[in-house]
Design a protein around this ligand. Sequence first.
Ligand code: AMP
Length: 629
Amino acid sequence: MNYAEFYNHSVSNPQAFWENEARLIDWQQPFSQALDYSRPPFTKWFVGGKTNLCHNAVDRWIGTQADQPALIAISTETGTEKVYSFTELLAEVNRAAAVMQSLGVAKGDRVLIYMPMVAEAAFAMLACARIGAIHSVVFGGFASNSLATRIDDAKPKLIFSADAGSRAGKIVEYKPLLDEAINLARHKPSHVLLVNRGLAPMKLLADRDLDYSALRQQHFDANVPLVWLDSGDPSYVLYTSGTTGKPKGVQRDVGGYAVALASSMKHIFCGNPGETYFATSDIGWVVGHSYIVYGPLIAGMATIMYEGLPVRPDAGVWWGIVEKYKVTRMFSAPTAVRVLKKHPPELMKKYDLSSLKALYLAGEPLDETTSEWIASQLGVPVIDNYWQTETGWPILSVAKGIEDTPTRLGSPGIPMPGYKVKIINETTGALCGPNEKGVVVLEGPLPPGCMQTIYGDDERFVNTYWSDVGNAQVYSTFDWGIRDADGYYFILGRTDDVINVAGHRLGTREIEESISSHPNVSEVAVVGVEDKIKGQAAIAFVIPRNAETAATPQAKLALEAEIMAVVDKQLGAVARPSRVYFVTLLPKTRSGKLLRRSIQAICEGRDPGDLTTIEDPLSLQQIKAALAG
Ligand code: AMP
């Protein structure tokens, strides 16, 4: 079957198509109905079926490859490396599950995981999946305010954390940030489980904080029965930034997600049992969920969890890992490649990379230079793929497992199975013609694996993402795009106020709210501006309450540093603006709406666009003057 036939079948008869794909995983009880779309846009996949993500990722492989590597945890920060076979992984997951159960965690309870890239983080996720608890992993780079918002929304019974992470040799203490977050939050977890890596001292709060290693020891021989879940039960909630200050809890199911991952691992990532997969992301992001933890394991592959930088101790470090563990498929982000490109290529060439079959890049636009450079260095296909936290797996790519479809530079590719991708006019909703710019939307029903809803807020899910276009209900990706005459899509940036820094999605509203909490900030605008390495960088324009505090260059620098420190403390360094400029006016419409796109255009040296509604044109002069220094 060629790809066109395969894809057409997926959209013309989704029931039959996904019924067939569902055979890629184990079901404890078969489903009676592949798709229920009786209450659009809510989509139920594999109704009546019972399964379990942990079973499919771990237990299932004990029969055929018990002693083969399952999880390879490497930290170039602490100089540690440990390989867990499927048997050892199962034992660790059982211990973690037993510890959680001993603390009263049961099906449907939320467990918040705030961890560095250590094996225990994966054990915790899989343990939740095993007992039907809903995990919510919060990226370790986020700080107390971000964490507190998520605690209040997810209301976890238990928080799983650690003393510290390490980045570029610098210890990042997690416990004080966590303590502060719990103080700030209205909801209080019953317990906090802490992995002590011996990196930072921890004060344990009596009755609440528990040392994981002691409890693990008590449950060393635990054998925790799998809790078989309905296909539509929630498996996890992962928060992502939007246009408001309140992140959205993307909720995913069990059965649909397992099938989508198994299907994408086969057709897009072409992974086979016994091989090794290396995704360089973090468990705090969706790639970490889908393609560090669940996807590769569901495909029977060994997966690498890596704590460290791509260039430390030198830019050969990843390639040494590829050689040592015979990695066949690797997944990273364009920013990482741009960082590597600044280092001598010999460091990469030192290693035998003959096991590697393809490099997958995602999370942000892949420019042609970066793509061509890494392809020539590695001598393997570089496969761009476009998707979102909300979809959980690629919307656009090429499915080399079905057909050797050529890639096209600058394009992430063509629609993947089940995705009915359309480009529509922003105002009229009319379908755009070839090469005509519009909004990238997906016609419902969304394929398996995509978000079920926003956690606890069905109404927000419908209102945020869905609209009626003609007689179809469509999901907006909030990305601009075009489709060329041959059916290849090109992504042209966000339609909303979300920015993408080094592949990390950040809401400008969240950063603005954090900056506003500085006592000397009266007003602020944050925009994403083109950056050669990170794709985009956040830049802030601030109106200080007391203009004199930003009157001299030294005073400006001092206030800028203070504001950056506030963001670091509240949201985390990941959200820190790269520059803070001071003005006395911000460009707004007469109705008071910030003209972020005009500010962004000026920062990037472009025309600021239609300014008929601007309140005071002088504000734009101020932006220009501030940038000119
Ligand atoms: P996240 O939910 O954090 O994965 O961010 C998703 C957003 O990142 C998308 O809506 C796009 O704006 C952007 N994005 C992800 N992958 C790509 C890609 N391959 N090419 C261009 N933009 C991408």
